[in-house]
Every structure is written in C-alpha cells, then in structure tokens.
Design a protein around this ligand. Structure first.
Ligand SMILES: [Zn+2]
Length: 180
C-alpha cells in the first residue's frame, strides 16, 4: 500500500507574515505581489493569527471600511490553529474540516516553517475531496489528536500570548489559567 503523504511533503514553505499593527492595505498589497491568499500575523516572534483574502473582502471591503485605516489585528482570525509537519495530509484535512478552516500554518519545534491549504491538498490527492464531503456530514465525528495541533494566540483568561492554548468551555486558555 502506498504510504500516506505527510504535511511536511505537501506544505508550501513560502510564507508571508505581517504584524498586527500593519494596515490591511499594506498586507493586501504584499499578498497580491507574492500571489498568496493569506498572511500569518506575528507578534513577539510568535504566530498569533492569520489574515486571508476572505477576511479582507468580508470584513473590510464589503463593510465599506478604509483599508488604509483598518489594522490587521482588527480583522485577523485568531487564535491560530497550527499543525505538526509529521501529520498525514488526511489528518490535516480532518482538522481543517473539524475547525472549518481552509489553511493550516505548519509549526515545527515552535517555529513557523510552512503552510498547507485545502486547495493544495485536494490537488495532491483528489480522493480527499470525496472523503471530506463525507466527513462534513458527520458532525462531531472527527476527534483531533492534541499532539497534531497547537493553538497560538491570546489567552482569554489572562491576555498573555501563548503557543499552548486549549479550548475549554468555549474559551481559549493558556497553561497557567487552565491550572488556576
Ligand atoms: Zn492565561
């Protein structure tokens, strides 16, 4: 049987990053220039969120807001779910379905090393498209193995940046707040 492809083999290593205080206009320009659909938001060297074309269209353009004035942190998606590079692309697809996201930044040993998108995975493995349609019908049937992902962002308990958030009762909490 063919070995399952790993995220590491399917990811793009060209990643665009921006800062939370950048304007949406600046990021949109750099996305267009680099022909990518998203930019990862980095604060204090940690990925804390992601801004995508659809964030810009839906939260800025469609709302008639001025892209020169809106800052990335106002419209980015956060917290950020990231994936380990040694997870299979099938599991990556499951994680995307479960969390209803189309891209997963790849983090190895705390360092951002790439990104996988739903589109790329479908291209590499068209069979995944059929499987993912079935998954989407089975609600709650896709457990995520916690070692496969990390959640980066601001703790909703203490406000600190953390690379180890866990969702508890709908709130993303850091290690300290989970124990407290
Ligand atoms: Zn906390």
């Amino acid at each position: 049987m063919k070995r399952d492809l790993l995220v590491k083999e399917a990811m793009r290593t060209k990643i665009l990053t921006c800062s939370p205080s950048d304007t949406v206009k600046k990021v949109a320009k750099s996305m267009r220039k680099n022909k990518v659909g998203s930019s990862i938001v980095i604060s204090k060297r940690k990925p804390i969120g992601i801004i995508t074309e659809s964030d810009i269209l839906g939260k800025v353009v469609a709302e008639g807001r001025d892209a020169n004035k809106v800052k990335v942190e106002e419209v980015m998606s956060t917290p950020l779910i990231t994936i380990d590079p040694y997870v299979t692309i099938e599991d990556a697809m499951k994680i995307m379905s479960k969390h209803n996201i189309r891209r997963l930044p790849v983090v190895e040993k705390g360092k951002l090393t790439g990104i996988v998108t739903e589109k790329d995975l479908f291209r590499i493995s068209p069979a995944l498209l059929e499987i993912s349609k079935e998954w989407s019908l089975i609600e709650g049937a896709l457990p995520t193995v916690s070692s496969q992902i990390s959640i980066f962002g601001k703790c909703e308990g203490c406000g600190k940046l953390s690379a180890d958030l866990v969702e508890i009762d709908g709130k993303f909490l850091c290690e300290d707040c989970r124990e407290g």
